[in-house]
Design a protein around this ligand. Structure first.
Ligand code: ADP
Length: 645
């Protein structure tokens, strides 16, 4: 009887697919590492279902012909099973795609419709057995399709696959690049097979073979164990990266708060030291030897204190840069003045070491530029200090030139070269790293933290510039910074400290004998230092150790200026100031209040000004800062310049 049957050519693709899918099953089922994957079960179901669908299809197209002697019931059963297996294959395929694109199961409605369609389909197929309205055989052995056949047998798989593809399109961003490509290719190929088979009215059986190709694509791109291992490792790396970012942030916060804590007592040390210098200068005529000796000690304390302060400032700068809070404040400035100021400072240091300092500025550079003068000064000083530090004989040269000149912009080129110890070639790539100190055995006696160049590089980066270094070991080094700047048409505004420098005694160029100041700080030492500064200006100074005491004093006396510390227990400076404004008994609502704090993080100045404070002084406060604030906030008639006295 079997002699009646022969395998029809239109199933050859299916037989081939069956063969290679069996091989794929062998490979994938043997891979034990795959068992833990989230898509393992559903992919296995997809493989098994596809194999069964292919087998049933081949059997159907070989045996489901009553004219060859197959009983009608067997023919009907084969046809029904063929249809069910095809629908199941597309359904599982769609569920697989959804598992990837919608693992949280958020697209409930799509899944619901899918289930309902499957339910309706299975009910119809069961009802089809007694009522014969989807597919059936006539008693004469003619195979018939009812009106439901096409909507069900083709529409259901098309719905499943298109809903999968649409979801894929909408949620493409959630997927990795490989998943995107694999799922898209597999879905489109499978859909194409169904469409071709429908369009050719089943002359070529391509829906299942194309579906098998889709399964192959999926397996070798996103289902292999090494790919999943890669995903797991990536996930681990991501977590490790997040931990590292968190740890880095914690480090920055720690450094910022530590440097803040160190600045406060340092404020007292440097302030007291300045007072000692002032006292020594006062007594230099009566007892020159003693005053000279005291001044020398105090100068040493000041120098060491300033080194400590600059280290703390470096750390603060670094934490500011790392947390993205480093602000560049462009304003017009005079390049010539900046270079001269820096030059005066560096020349002294260079000459102390017996080095010559040469400074060249291209005269064609426009005099006024717009940029962050403070940061450019910091960059120049850093490079020049290094040049002096790492040079024992010879010269240090700073050349300032320009390039890329346009009508309103140019790039400033600052080249600092020296005839110092130089840098080994292998160390050049490391030089701008954090805490990188090179040639430690040779340089261990030279003070430094290895932060300067790292800050310089990052600061230049924020200003969209660049820095490079060339060096010959034992001969010398040259650092070139290129920083874009705008050209200013107007000269910068004069600030109070323009042209003021030198010792505290020399700085005092005015007195304020008729002024009444209020100093508010919970730290007794800071109060003493600040009060002594103000006492030098004449006038009267009251002090308050807390916000409450300050509020009381503001009710009792009229002040010309109030200096308020920020961090105080109970009521802080901001709360005290805000309460004073609401206090009906306060007789100083108009008095300028100056914030005086060790909180030197960038951006705080604007915060304080926005809160209504008249100005901001960063601790450790210096005499010249007091003078600047007093000069800018007191009415002119209250200031008596010494030349006038
Ligand atoms: P440091 O505080 O140690 O000077 P920097 O970041 O400024 O930190 O410099 C990093 C390292 O680069 C220094 O420790 C030094 O080894 C090297 N270096 C920097 N400038 C020079 C220079 N002009 N000549 C030789 N070596 C230099």
């Amino acid at each position: 009887m079997l002699a009646n049957y022969s395998i029809p050519p239109k199933t050859y693709f299916e037989i081939a697919s069956l063969g290679y899918l069996l091989v794929l099953c062998l490979i994938s089922f043997r891979d034990k590492n795959r068992r833990g994957f989230r898509s393992y079960k559903i992919f296995r179901l997809l493989e098994i279902n596809m194999i069964l669908a292919l087998a049933v299809s081949v059997l159907t197209y070989t045996f489901a012909y009553p004219e060859l002697g197959t009983p009608l019931s067997v023919c009907t059963l084969l046809r029904t099973m063929d249809s069910v297996m095809c629908i199941m294959a597309s359904r599982i395929f769609a569920v697989y795609v959804m598992e990837y694109v919608d693992s949280e199961g958020r697209q409930k409605s799509v899944q619901m419709v899918g289930k309902v369609i499957l339910g309706i389909y299975l009910t119809l197929m069961i009802l089809n057995i007694p009522f014969k309205f989807v597919l059936w055989y006539t008693p004469e052995g003619l195979y018939m399709h009812g009106p439901f056949f096409v909507p069900i047998v083709f529409a259901a798989p098309v719905y499943y696959l298109t809903s999968g593809i649409l979801m894929l399109i909408f949620r493409l961003k959630k997927l990795g690049p490989r998943e995107k490509v694999a799922l898209t290719i597999a879905s489109i190929v499978t859909l194409l097979g169904i469409i071709i088979q429908a369009a050719t009215n089943g002359i070529v059986l391509l829906s299942l073979p194309f579906g098998s190709i889709g399964i192959f694509v999926l397996y070798f791109s996103i289902e292999t164990s090494d790919y999943h291992q890669l995903l797991k490792n990536n996930e681990r790396l991501k977590l490790a990266q997040q931990d590292a970012i968190k740890a880095n942030r914690a480090k920055s916060d720690f450094l910022a708060s530590m440097s803040h804590e160190i600045r406060t007592p340092l404020n007292a040390v440097l302030g007291m030291d300045e007072l000692i210098i002032l006292e020594a200068e006062k007594h230099k005529n009566s007892d020159p030897e003693f005053a000279g000796c005291i001044k020398e000690y105090a100068d040493n304390i000041r120098d060491a204190g300033q080194v400590l302060l600059s280290v703390i400032n470096d750390i603060l700068d670094l934490t500011k840069i790392e947390s993205g809070k480093m602000e560049i404040k462009p304003a017009p400035y005079s390049l010539q003045k900046l270079v001269n100021d820096v030059g005066v400072m560096v020349r002294v240091r260079a000459e102390q070491k017996g080095l010559s300092y040469i400074q060249k500025v291209d005269p064609a550079i426009p005099e006024y530029l717009v940029g962050d003068e403070l940061r450019i000064r910091q960059i120049m000083i850093n490079l020049l200090n290094n040049a002096v530090k790492y040079t024992d004989s010879g010269e240090v040269v700073m050349e300032v030139s320009m390039k890329d000149l346009t009508e309103n912009r140019l790039t400033l080129c600052i080249r600092v070269s020296d005839t110092g110890i130089g840098i080994r070639e292998e160390n050049l790539p490391l030089i701008f790293g954090d805490f990188q100190r090179l040639d430690e055995d040779k340089n261990h006696r030279i003070e430094g933290t290895g932060l300067g160049l790292s800050i310089v590089k990052r600061m230049i980066g924020i200003m969209e510039g660049d820095i490079s270094v060339t060096s010959e070991y034992g001969v010398g080094s040259a650092f070139t910074a290129s920083i874009p700047q705008e050209i200013s048409s107007k000269s910068p505004e004069k600030t109070a400290d323009n042209g003021k420098a030198g010792s505290p005694a020399e700085m005092i160029i005015f007195q304020t004998p008729d002024c009444h100041y209020l100093l508010v700080d919970d730290n007794k030492m800071n109060l003493v230092v600040a009060k002594r500064f103000l006492d030098r200006l004449g006038g009267e100074t009251d002090t308050a150790r807390s916000g409450r005491e300050a509020l009381q004093k503001m009710r009792e006396s009229k002040y010309d200026l109030i200096f308020m510390d920020h961090m105080m227990p109970e009521l802080d400076g901001i709360q005290t100031y805000e309460m004073s404004l609401k206090d009906p008994d306060n007789i100083n609502p108009e008095t300028p209040v100056i914030m005086m704090t060790a909180n030197a993080l960038s951006g705080v100045r604007e915060e304080y000004l926005a809160k209504g404070f008249a100005d901001y002084i960063s601790k450790p406060v210096e005499m010249k800062e007091f003078l600047r604030v007093i000069e800018s906030h007191l009415p002119v008639e209250k200031i008596r310049h010494l030349a006038e006295c």
